[in-house]
Design a protein around this ligand. Structure first.
Ligand code: HEC
Length: 145
């Protein structure tokens, strides 16, 4: 199960790399850049969990801080229903704003709960972060995870 989540998470990152190339709307670009930072931090932690790279405390802490900080910006960045032909944001975000904004809060909480004292703790708590990404993308992002 945990392994399954990690693999799904890793796939999600790979398929979404540079989805923002050619985006013209500055608000759409800003929210995509925040997502990309979240994605890069998540990818670092997944690589540590999978032992592709060593578990490094300072790097793990930086990645955790990025997830917590950038997830705290999601609501402000997505509040305006800006569009762009390249955007993968679904209109349901603004139809169901209360739920969308709660899901960004769930990601912040999962980020704060990250524990990387050892690999087992990281694998456990990273699964919660991966689920928070999926819970939001499932309803509010065009491309399926
Ligand atoms: C509250 C909702 C929400 C949460 C939580 C969330 N995302 Fe997203 N994410 C979105 C939406 C919506 C888009 C599409 C934005 C657009 O194209 O305008 C997106 C886009 C992305 C992109 C593509 C960025 C680009 O360059 O176009 C990546 C990568 C990404 N998310 C990674 C993650 C990861 C990893 C997590 C969890 C650690 C996560 N997201 C959590 C809503 C969310």
């Amino acid at each position: 199960m945990r392994r399954h989540i990690l693999i799904a998470a890793a796939l999600m990152i790979t398929t979404s790399a540079h989805a923002h190339n050619g985006v013209k709307d500055p608000e759409v670009m800003a929210r995509m850049m925040a997502m990309e930072k979240i994605g890069a931090a998540f990818k670092t932690l997944v690589s540590m969990a999978k032992q592709d790279i060593p578990l490094h405390q300072a790097k793990a802490r930086m990645a955790r801080d990025t997830i917590v900080m950038q997830s705290g910006k999601i609501n402000g960045l997505f509040e305006s229903p800006a569009t762009d032909p390249k955007s993968e944001a679904l209109p349901t975000i603004w139809e169901d704003w209360a739920d969308f904004s709660a899901k960004s809060g769930d990601l912040t909480k999962a980020g704060l709960a990250l524990d990387f004292k050892d690999r087992a703790a990281l694998v456990d708590t990273l699964a919660g972060v991966g689920l928070a990404c999926k819970a939001c993308h499932k309803n509010y992002r065009l491309k399926k995870d």
